[in-house]
Design a protein around this ligand. Structure first.
Ligand SMILES: [Zn+2]
Length: 269
């Protein structure tokens, strides 16, 4: 009975608040306004940055900033061609390298990108370093431009308040949004749990990451090398990334399929 009510509520909300991810055509629930998501994300980012240990390694920081800047420019170019030019105004890009041994990186709604030194160390200093970094950052920016943060906040609002009337939900929405954003990026440990991206969102971010990496002039096949490295290094240090970005057994095979397709579409060899 309760499940039926959820489905019913989800369906009626979807009619009111569904949008489409333009890159993949997937329908998503965006119940929370974009301005709420952006302000919740900015609050979370600013409090995180107060305690984050910014890398003092100028060379490594320049490497990250250079790749992130090119991916950000590719994201804006993509949004333009996808008819989402208005979204560009929501991005105030920032690029950071933070001293943290965990294998992780994130891009919050609004374009705040953080790469951990642990991730950079895993990538190493080989000739495919920038291509792999582009795969990581492209994937994270993919989550942002496909508005997965909003989708998860919407799902969180539904989960917390699903049984109550929508009117009541709206009054408690801001707090639920703040909590969902904190949980999504693993920055709000006070909530005790991380909210993982769904497998569908992961595959979608992978796909968008491939498009962005190619648009920015990187070799997208490095994303396959990266995921292979990640699973080979599968220890407690990868747990953090894996808990917010669940791996899929189909991930590498999907990349192997989509990379040649995207290259053909974009006329790249
Ligand atoms: Zn992810």
């Amino acid at each position: 009975m309760k499940a039926k009510m959820y489905v019913c509520l989800a369906l009626s909300l979807c009619l009111a608040a569904c949008s489409t991810v333009s890159m993949t055509g997937r329908k998503q629930l965006n119940l929370v306004s974009e301005s709420e998501i952006l302000s919740a994300s900015l609050t979370e980012y600013q409090s995180y940055m107060k305690t984050a240990k910014i890398s003092t390694d100028a060379t490594a920081t320049a490497v990250v900033k250079n790749v992130a800047q090119r991916i950000a420019a590719a994201a804006e170019a993509y949004l333009k061609t996808a008819g989402q030019e208005a979204d560009i105004a929501n991005y105030a890009w920032e690029f950071n390298l933070v001293n943290d041994s965990q294998l992780n990186a994130f891009c919050m709604p609004g374009g705040k990108i953080v790469v951990y030194t642990g991730m950079l160390n895993l990538i190493g200093n080989g000739s495919d370093r920038d291509d792999m970094l582009a795969a990581v950052i492209g994937h994270e920016v993919g989550h942002a431009i496909a508005k997965h943060g909003n989708e998860r906040a919407s799902q969180q609002v539904l989960a917390n308040l699903g049984g109550s009337l929508l009117g009541a939900a709206v009054s408690q929405k801001s707090e639920a949004t703040q909590q969902a954003v904190a949980m999504a990026y693993g920055l709000g440990t006070q909530y005790g749990a991380l909210l993982p991206f769904s497998r569908k969102q992961e595959l979608e971010a992978d796909y968008i990451g491939v498009v962005l990496a190619i648009l920015a002039g990187y070799e997208a096949n490095a994303s396959i090398t990266l995921w292979e490295k990640m699973s080979a290094a599968s220890t407690s240090t990868t747990a953090e990334f894996m808990s917010t970005h669940p791996s899929s057994t189909t991930r590498i095979s999907e990349l192997k399929k989509s990379i040649p397709q995207v290259k053909a579409q974009l006329g790249v060899k």
